[in-house]
Design a protein around this ligand. Structure first.
Ligand code: NAI
Ligand code: 13P
Length: 325
């Protein structure tokens, strides 16, 4: 199975490196021809994945037509760009493995739903889990969820993507696998705020646990399964992202907690902090589904510029309730 990777940021490049293990050929599409040039000539992506020597069996291109020869495509652009990028790609009936984490603004569709609408003939899979790109690219042990409804394709993709340090766990719950990754980015911003404002470890653990309850409520309402939400793509990724400044979402939250504005913090970045885009869409989607998500609502308010003390105070002052609700 010839693997193509769409998107040459940190995660696309790290996944290309995984798929190239054992010197297997992999083709990666980069929007920026200079990134493609760097990968082909220096076997490195200094802009998005510095200090990693890439396999020479990774070939980079910047013409979408060059992906026509691939057997399966991993989709790894920022979530808000998936629709526009996929519309330019020669997909046909090739399987699409969605690796981006988010919900599309305006339509409130998960990335898999965006892909299905544009390429109805392409089978869909989702790869998601606790996976900092620089650790994966450095060959550190990592496990992910690989979701696909078609058993034969699920098996073939798992076998092709697995590597000695990269272990996929299979499921048919595509929706559940997507929702964990999208929502944990919003919650990671909240945990970063707790860190930046010096609110303590107790508050961070409370936010992870109550945030997981929100993720589960929303995931079940959208048709995901509880076991998936409690797995690598849900709870696993939530714990990783909510506990490390290596997370871009967490570090955005740290800045907010220190009193800086979202506009200022986002203007400083080249790389994507998906939670900032997902939060307002999630707020609308939760209202539409009738799901109460007070922690995610608090993150929206913080991104909109509300003061940390006021938002945390309001969260704590809500009426007392039973834990399972
Ligand atoms: N970095 C990580 O550790 C992980 C990231 N992800 C997810 O993978 C997705 C991509 O993230 P990264 O590779 O880390 O992002 P990045 O910020 O490192 O790179 C983004 C890439 O997308 C390109 N890009 C930006 N806007 C674009 C547009 N409008 N159209 C086409 N291409 C565009 C950039 O040129 C760059 O190549 C995100 O949804 C992220 O949540 C998932 C797991 C791990
Ligand atoms: O999704 C990720 C880890 O699984 C990466 O998190 P950040 O986008 O917050 O860096």
């Amino acid at each position: 199975m010839k693997i193509g990777v769409i998107g040459a940021g940190a995660w696309g490049t790290a996944l290309a490196q995984v798929a190239a293990h054992g010197a297997r050929p992999v083709r990666i599409w980069a929007r920026d021809p200079a990134v493609a040039e760097a990968i082909n000539t220096t076997h490195a992506n200094p802009l998005y994945l510095p200090n990693i020597a890439l396999s020479p069996s990774i070939e980079a291109v910047s013409d979408p037509a060059a992906m026509a020869e691939m057997d399966a495509l991993l989709v790894v652009t920022p979530a808000q760009a998936v629709g526009a990028v996929l519309a330019t790609m020669p997909v046909g009936s090739k399987p699409l493995v969605l690796c981006s984490k988010g919900i599309e603004a305006g339509t409130r569709r998960l990335v898999g739903e965006v892909a299905r609408a544009i390429h109805p003939g392409a089978p869909i899979a989702v790869l998601s889990g606790p996976t900092f790109a620089h650790e994966v690219a450095a060959g550190l042990p990592t496990a992910v969820t690989l979701a696909c409804e078609e058993p034969d394709l699920r098996k073939a993709l798992s076998a092709r993507i697995a590597a000695p340090h990269f272990r996929p766990y299979a499921t048919d719950d595509v929706t559940g696998a997507e929702i964990g990754g999208a929502i944990k980015n919003v919650l990671a911003i909240g945990c970063g705020v707790v860190e930046g404002a010096g609110l303590g470890q107790n508050a961070r653990a409370a936010l992870i646990a109550r945030g997981f309850a929100e993720m589960t409520r929303f995931g079940l309402a959208r048709g995901g399964r509880a076991e998936t939400l409690a797995g690598l793509s849900g709870l696993g990724d939530l714990v990783l992202t909510c506990s490390s400044t290596a997370s871009r979402n967490f570090s955005l939250g740290v800045g907010l907690g220190q009193g800086r504005s979202a506009a200022e913090l986002l203007a400083d970045r080249r790389t994507v902090a998906e939670g900032a885009f997902t939060a307002p869409v999630l707020r609308q989607a939760a209202a539409e589904a009738g799901v109460d998500m007070p922690v995610c609502e608090a993150v929206c308010r913080l991104l909109d510029g509300a003061a940390v003390g006021e938002v945390i105070g309001a969260l704590l002052a809500r009426p007392l309730k039973a834990e399972g609700t």
